[in-house]
Design a protein around this ligand. Structure first.
Ligand code: TYM
Length: 303
């Protein structure tokens, strides 16, 4: 059976992007593959944090995995820091990772710019090496993530190949070493829709936990009235009708995609249903669909 690993950082609240880009897809995978889903608390300390809040978020993120349908009788669910080998392997991989590879990481550049010099710890730079060890440790085949993680996955593959070349292979076998490949080179599994859910207040930036305004995202645990209000106030445009993939209308394309995924409809079905709607009608339809989809998840948490 193929192996699948993935994780979410326990920082802030899990939002619709995390759900549609990652967690929702994990649910189907647990029936097909051997799956490991962790809560990456060690990644969450790369920016300033409060310890009591972190342990609370770690538990609530685990609860959200379960509420979304990750089943502990099928998947292994655990906290990253509880398995020390993640950090041990990280050190070994660090010694084979050129610093130039890490300097190129877009998330590092963005996060370090936002954090300011005083808050940029070394771990913010070496963060992707820990992610590589999360993955390589389990000899994983597939890593289901949203689009923003593709560069980290590419780096993981490069690290695996480099270590395989440096320390695996025939050369070492002759000297009595193990030979062969040390690490399996994993592949990213990016969903065809939902890989990049955009902000509700700006269709050109992705929905994120760190955006200052809570209006920019739907949190999985937002109560009904909050969802109603956020969709009511979300950014739209003044063009007639609704359409996918018009670069002039990023918000429109984003909201239609969200609607498509949570209803399980095809793109064509959504086009037929929504192309002649006005924003008011579509917003009401989308709000109902979102609430209908999230209610069972929220209900599971209250049980
Ligand atoms: P994190 O915690 O930022 O995000 C968790 C997952 O959610 C996806 N995601 C999105 N998908 C679609 N639209 C969005 N707006 C959006 N925002 C976030 C992310 O792509 C991710 O799949 N470094 C990782 C966590 C990690 C990991 C790993 C993942 C650590 N080790 C090993 C896989 C395997 C991160 O910070 O994700």
């Amino acid at each position: 059976k193929k192996r699948v690993v993935s994780g979410v950082q326990p920082t802030g609240l899990v939002h619709l992007g995390n759900y549609l880009g990652a967690i929702k897809n994990w649910v189907a995978l647990q029936d097909l593959y051997e799956t490991f889903f962790f809560i990456v608390d060690l990644h969450a300390i790369t920016l300033p944090y409060e310890a009591p809040q972190l342990s609370k978020s770690t538990r609530s993120t685990a609860a959200i995995y379960l509420a979304c349908g990750i089943d502990s009788s099928k998947a292994s669910i655990f906290v990253q820091s509880h398995v020390r080998a993640h950090i041990e392997l990280m050190w070994l991989l660090s010694s084979s990772t050129p610093i130039g590879w890490l300097n190129k990481m877009i998330q590092f550049k963005e996060k370090s710019r936002k954090a300011g010099d005083e808050n940029v710890g070394v771990a913010l730079l070496t963060y992707p090496v820990l992610m590589a060890s999360d993955i390589l440790l389990y000899q994983s085949d597939l890593v289901p993530v949203g689009e923003d993680q593709t560069q980290h996955l590419e780096l993981t593959r490069e690290i695996a190949e480099r270590v395989n070349n440096l320390y695996g292979g025939r050369k070492w076998k002759k000297m009595g070493g193990r030979g062969g490949s040390l690490f399996k080179v994993p592949e990213a599994l990016i969903p065809p829709a939902g890989a990049r859910v955009m902000s509700l207040t700006d269709g050109l930036s992705k929905m994120s936990k760190s955006a200052p305004s809570d209006q920019s995202r739907i949190n999985l645990l937002d109560p009904k009235d909050v969802i109603v209000n956020k969709i009511k106030r979300c950014k739209t445009d003044s063009l007639p009708g609704l359409e996918f993939d018009n670069p002039e209308r990023p918000e429109c394309s984003n909201l239609l995609s969200v609607y498509q995924i949570i209803t399980g409809k095809t793109k064509e079905e959504v086009v037929n249903e929504c192309q002649d709607m006005n924003w008011g009608t579509f917003k009401a339809t989308l709000t109902d669909a979102l609430i209908g989809h999230l209610q069972p998840i929220q209900g599971n948490l209250l049980r």
